[in-house]
Design a protein around this ligand. Structure first.
Ligand code: DOR
Length: 440
């Protein structure tokens, strides 16, 4: 296997809590040295002057759409998008067709991810069969399968029955898995197109009140207290949910939570042009919500930045907002949005931002090979990024098969130069490395 010398970078390692200038030598898939005088005569140089070397990013929330909607995304195209975005591991959501509610499907997703070999694809399993909320999915079989599923969710829907949620948590707690909730009370949210408030009234669009999220988050926190199950709250969008998580953590309840770049970047004001690309679930909220999400990420109440990468076909998004499916793509924008919206204005230190993008989600999923520390002997899953690079969002340049984002043309700061997965560059000088692809 080949060797690579990542030369001249600033190594920011949230797992070790260190920030220093050093070369990083990678050999046979592992970090084989961090320092100045490394024996690297045979190594290919990856230039990192003026750049930051960090653990590869880890996404807790990605819709890879395979099986079922390969026209929108495949495990191969999502893997390329992920690598381009600096990711070395992504968690694949189970709202596929068929639903990933059995060992057979999660193993297929896991094996397809390995065959592509650009990122670690970590399948999440459904909580209920068909995500119908009526009968438990084959949770035990998925946990025991080759995919070793540890995180379960009916994402896209919240589990509506409290009793069912309780039973699922009791089961999942039995092997210390994670119950992950899309917090939305559907009786309150039904027919909603955007956040319920002044703007929805002015625009004449039916609203989804914050309480639809808040109520389910509060219920799940109570059930996590009751069952002892690990609870993860997906895509937190409301100020009050952040407060609930803060209180639950203070009480010692085993709860974690994530926020998406779109919820810390945009508000319901983005819907004023009725652009279907601004429709997302949970919806973009108010400025107060956006700021509270940011403060939650800053103080660690919200553990991770997760993309909720949700590719949709052009013909489905290109219709009246009311009929368009919710979601936007995120894998290739998350790092730039985090640096632009959180680090540049001084809300988060770079170290903390990289923790939320990599170290914290890796720990949450129990992925010991990801998230750092960057030290001799550790698996070389790394990203090298230029924090000062300026660029504009260009959907036509995405590696994702889908282009649905309301952020086209937005200026961003911070760009991926190189991504290394298991010691090989999947991205080199900003380009997904076909050379490596062809070698697999
Ligand atoms: O906006 C969303 N789109 N939110 C979800 O929870 C599901 C996702 C999708 O699958 O398109």
């Amino acid at each position: 296997m080949s060797a690579y010398l990542i030369r001249g970078g600033r190594v920011v390692d949230p797992a070790a809590g260190t920030d220093r200038r050093a070369d990083v030598l990678v050999r046979d898939g592992l970090v084989s040295g961090v320092g100045d005088d490394l024996d690297a005569a045979d190594a290919e140089v990856l230039e990192a002057q003026g750049a930051v070397v960090a653990p590869g990013l880890v996404d807790l929330h990605c819709h890879m759409r395979e099986p079922g909607r390969e026209d929108e995304e495949t495990i191969a195209s999502a893997s390329r998008a992920a690598a381009a975005g600096g990711y070395t591991a992504v968690c694949a959501m189970p709202n596929t067709d068929p639903v990933a509610d059995s060992a057979a499907i999660v193993e297929k997703v896991w094996a397809a991810g390995r065959a592509v070999g650009l990122v670690e694809v970590v399948p999440a399993g459904a909580i209920s069969r068909g995500r119908q909320g009526l009968r438990l999915a084959d949770i035990g079989e998925m946990a025991r399968s080759a995919a070793q599923v540890r995180i379960f969710t009916d994402d896209g829907h919240g589990v509506q029955s409290s009793l069912f949620a309780r039973r699922a948590m009791e089961y999942i707690a039995g092997f210390d898995g994670i119950y992950a909730e899309h917090c939305e009370d559907e009786s309150l949210a039904a027919g909603g197109q955007m956040h319920e408030g002044e703007r929805s009234a002015v625009l004449g669009l039916r609203g989804i009140p914050s309480e639809a999220e808040e109520l389910m988050a509060a219920r799940d926190i109570a059930l996590a207290r009751l069952t002892g199950c690990r609870l993860h709250l997906l895509h937190v969008s409301c100020a009050r949910t952040v407060e609930l998580v803060r209180q639950a953590k203070a009480e010692g309840i085993r709860v974690t939570a994530e926020a998406t770049p779109h919820h810390f970047t945009l508000t319901d004001a983005a819907l004023e042009g009725y652009d279907p690309n601004t429709k997302v679930q949970p919806p973009l909220r108010t400025e107060t919500d956006r700021r509270t999400v940011i403060s939650g990420l800053a103080d660690g109440t919200l553990d991770a930045v997760a993309t909720d990468h949700a590719p949709h076909a052009l013909e489905e998004k290109d219709q009246e907002l009311t009929f368009a499916p919710p979601g936007m793509v995120g894998l290739e924008l998350a790092l730039g949005l985090t640096l632009t919206e959180l680090v540049e204005p001084g809300h988060l230190e770079l170290m903390d931002a990289l923790d939320r993008l990599s170290t914290a989600p890796a720990r949450l999923l129990g992925l010991g090979d990801h998230g750092g520390p960057i030290e001799t002997g550790a698996p070389a899953n790394l990203v090298v990024l230029d924090p000062a690079a300026r660029w504009e969002v260009d959907p036509d340049a995405f590696h994702s098969k889908s282009r649905n984002t309301p952020l086209a043309g937005r200026p961003l700061r911070g760009r991926v130069l190189h991504t290394l997965f298991k010691g090989r560059p999947t991205v080199r000088d900003g380009r997904v490395s076909d050379r490596e692809l062809a070698a697999r």
